[in-house]
Design a protein around this ligand. Sequence first.
Ligand code: HEM
Ligand SMILES: *[C@@H]1O[C@H](CO)[C@@H](O)[C@H](O)[C@H]1NC(C)=O
Ligand SMILES: *[C@@H]1O[C@H](CO)[C@@H](O)[C@H](O)[C@H]1NC(C)=O
Ligand SMILES: *[C@@H]1O[C@H](CO)[C@@H](O)[C@H](O)[C@H]1NC(C)=O
Ligand SMILES: CC(=O)N[C@H]1CO[C@H](CO)[C@@H](O)[C@@H]1O
Length: 543
Amino acid sequence: MLTSGLVALVLIAVLAGLVYLLRSKSIQRVRGPPSPSFLLGHEHALITQNEVGDLEFEWMRTYGLTWRIRGQFGASPIHILMTADPKALQHIYQKSGYNYTKRRSANMMAENMTGPGIAVALGRDHQRHRKIMNPAFSAAHLRTFLPLFQRIGTKMVEQWKTDLSGAERMNMVVNKWLSRATMDIIGEAAFDYQYGALDKGIGSPIIKAYDNLFSDINKPSVMVSLFRATWDHIPIPVLRLFRFIPAEPFTRLRNVRSLFTEYGKQILREQRSELDVEKESKSKDVMSILIKANSSADPQTRLSDAEIMAEMFTLTVAGHETTASTLTFLTYELAKHPEYQTRLRKEIQDRRALVMSRGDTNFSMEDLDSLALTMNAIKETLRFHPIVTGLPRVATKDDVIPLAYPIISTTGEAISEILVRAGQIIFPSFMAYQRLKDIWGEDADVWNPDRWLRPETGKQTNVGVFANLMSFSAGVQACIGWKFSLIEMQALLAEILENFELSPSSEKHAIRRAPAGFGGMVPMVEGREDLGTAMPLQVSLVQ
Ligand code: HEM
Ligand SMILES: *[C@@H]1O[C@H](CO)[C@@H](O)[C@H](O)[C@H]1NC(C)=O
Ligand SMILES: *[C@@H]1O[C@H](CO)[C@@H](O)[C@H](O)[C@H]1NC(C)=O
Ligand SMILES: *[C@@H]1O[C@H](CO)[C@@H](O)[C@H](O)[C@H]1NC(C)=O
Ligand SMILES: CC(=O)N[C@H]1CO[C@H](CO)[C@@H](O)[C@@H]1O
């Protein structure tokens, strides 16, 4: 009697202890800012802040590298965990496989635009997509795209020269140009298709459909916003019933998709008939490799026509504006840092002299890789201006997230790990992580490519696919095109800087990093939001 009573007591004590232990680590005890709105929580504030990062930097200063915010009304659990902690990011993105999955509301929006492609596939399904896609992104295969990058780069620069028409300098909206160049590149590289974006400009239907897309879809009405928050819980079959909501941003996304479908059918038809004929060995674009991989793969891992078509749209969406925007911010920083621009140009010109002296006309991959200052400028821009500023994840299982930088709990204790329940939504801030002084140096808040000459830069962590940056994300669902993008930027940058000098626009615009759809950011002119995404700069011919 006594013993069984004791056993019961001990059990209760142990359980209470366990519950306490669990509670003491749970996100309830993570500190965070008071909610500005019962209905909208902090989510609306985040996507409508003036400059991406303003709120995150402030919260990080107040609460440490990990904190919690309130989700929208109806979100469950109501609190969202935010973190810039390198160990937490490594755990969530890099070490946990598919245990942290994509947030359903964002994923469904993406699916509306691209269809059932690699970027919205989850878990084992995603593995199947990735396996078919990987061969097209091998380092050896990517080098074969270099002549394409150079040809489009030359074409763009020649058009700038034509526009100058003898004048010494001109103002131009540089992001629109870069966007056309990267669109033409992805069209040819991904499916041997000529979008004609540089030739036709805004007359190109695809460029028109895309113009300002990511900034436009970031302005949902409050009702749409709240409706979308419910997507995280409503069962998928029920969600699928809401097919045609006649409201923005859904109408806009559907329109892009139907345009894509038109292109896609045409491309697939052409690709198939080409592959049937002799041309097979000559086709180097991603899509023909996919179709080949699909026909030889084990039947279990094949992709349907709808999925292959979705990969085309995915590559176009993921592969053009991202690279264009990164290059846009790079040209902006070079315009603001003329001394660095001069050093960069000299590095390129010196290499050009070497190329000429050996009797070549174009830079080889080795030539581009030898341009260290150029690569440092690219790395620094990816760090300082991450186009994808963070990507939500949802825990599929109860888990413990380790922290490199302990935080102080609501009850004043230091905690170095956080217990999360299945369903917990996590917003990382890649932008805030990439400003940590411990990792990037005391000057982390300024754009300084020379930090990459210091051997210790970024070395304290091991996260992401490139340079310990999170800009391309990390782990099984990281960017498949990161290397493609680097080569593309190396080639385009060399082409631009050899021919043009960049300086701030004579109209003295203030540029801001405006929040955009899917956790992204775009450049906008302060007070001139009517221009859409815009980066006005001045260019003049290199003497
Ligand atoms: C500077 C340029 C780029 C940046 C910053 C970037 C960034 C990213 C990020 C952060 C993701 C993860 C998205 C997520 O988890 O939802 C991603 C995925 C992806 N990116 Fe990129 N990207 C860039 C260029 C490219 C290029 C040039 C291509 C294609 C040629 C590409 C193709 C893809 C694809 C297909 C995915 C989905 C991968 C998967 O789910 O397995 N990206 N990218
Ligand atoms: C995912 O979670 C399961 C169950 O908790 C665990 O066994 C597995 O190791 C996790 N996967 C990874 C890659 O961490
Ligand atoms: C060099 O690049 C240009 C395009 O920029 C191309 O027309 C030309 O064929 C290339 N030359 C060689 C030798 O590859
Ligand atoms: C891939 O293979 C499957 C199964 O053989 C086939 O139904 C499908 O049409 C193929 N897709 C493409 C784009 O060739
Ligand atoms: C195919 C697809 O993704 N459809 C979705 C598009 O958006 C609506 C909301 O308007 C969803 O309910 C659909 O399931």
